[in-house]
Design a protein around this ligand. Structure first.
Ligand code: ADP
Ligand code: MG
Length: 237
């Protein structure tokens, strides 16, 4: 415990919450299956980044997490890798329809980046990922979603459109990620985010990542996360 405390202090890591799992030092420590370990190695990831060391074991334990760290710190893998494990751990859900993992991101570029990363890890298991954002034909997107997927990565506005068109159902969604929450708020997506969250069962696991935590984001986090662990890396505003 002393060692963990010292290590966190050196790297400007702050973790708060009840019964927080210990950080990992390696991807092996996370207990990932061989297929996933191979996909991680193929990505050229040798060891977890600082935020990944802290967040991976907490997210894998099923807890809600608020992750605050600057751009480029490796936040994507800290929610994408546990999402793959989460999906594989839910065989009873495989019979139903609609995504199990739902990721919201502020822009199509970000959604696309997350999609590419998710696909690399999902492929090993035959898990299907769909990206849903503006600028693409709604009809094509509708058809793709109708064909089925386990993961959907979306900008909030287009996801609402697809939900209205009944392109997908949220009945089996149990893993929700709000990535770059501060930017989604800056872009005015708060109502859409609230609507999406309202359509996902309350016994979900919810993760919120942000570079900063303005009051409005803090308020949303308090409302939609249960007993979250907060992980902050570095000095953030
Ligand atoms: P953030 O979301 O915090 O801005 P990203 O998840 O986009 O950061 O990651 C930033 C870059 O670091 C990406 O190019 C990603 O592929 C790379 N990366 C992530 N995790 C690792 C790792 N463990 N080892 C090496 N590179 C990594
Ligand atoms: Mg990111």
């Amino acid at each position: 415990e002393q060692e963990v405390a010292e290590y966190r202090k050196t790297l400007a890591i702050r973790v708060s919450g009840f019964d927080v799992p210990r950080p990992v030092k390696t991807f092996e420590d996370s207990g990932f299956a061989p297929e996933l370990m191979r996909a991680i190695a193929k990505q050229g990831y040798e060891k977890p980044t600082t935020i990944q060391c802290q967040a991976l074991p907490i997210v894998l334990s099923g807890r809600d997490v608020i992750g605050i760290a600057k751009t480029g710190s490796g936040k994507t893998a800290s929610f994408v890798l546990p999402m793959i494990v989460h999906i594989m751990d839910q065989p009873e859900l495989q019979k139903e329809e609609g995504p199990i993992g739902v990721i919201c991101a502020p822009t199509r570029e970000l959604a696309h980046q997350i999609f590419l990363e998710a696909k690399k890890f999902a492929k090993a298991y035959g898990i299907r990922a769909s990206a849903v954002y503006g600028g693409m034909s709604k009809l094509d997107q509708f058809k793709e979603l109708k064909a089925g997927c386990e993961i959907v990565i979306a900008t909030p506005g287009r996801l609402i459109d697809m939900l209205k068109m009944k392109a997908l159902t949220m009945t089996r969604a149990t893993y929700l990620v709000l990535d770059e929450a501060d930017r989604m708020f800056d872009l005015g997506f708060e109502p859409q985010i609230r609507s999406i969250v309202g359509q996902i069962r309350p016994d979900r696991q919810t993760l919120l990542f942000s570079a900063t935590m303005p009051r409005k984001v803090e308020k949303l986090a308090r409302e939609i996360l249960s007993d979250p662990v907060r992980v902050t890396v570095g000095e953030v505003g």
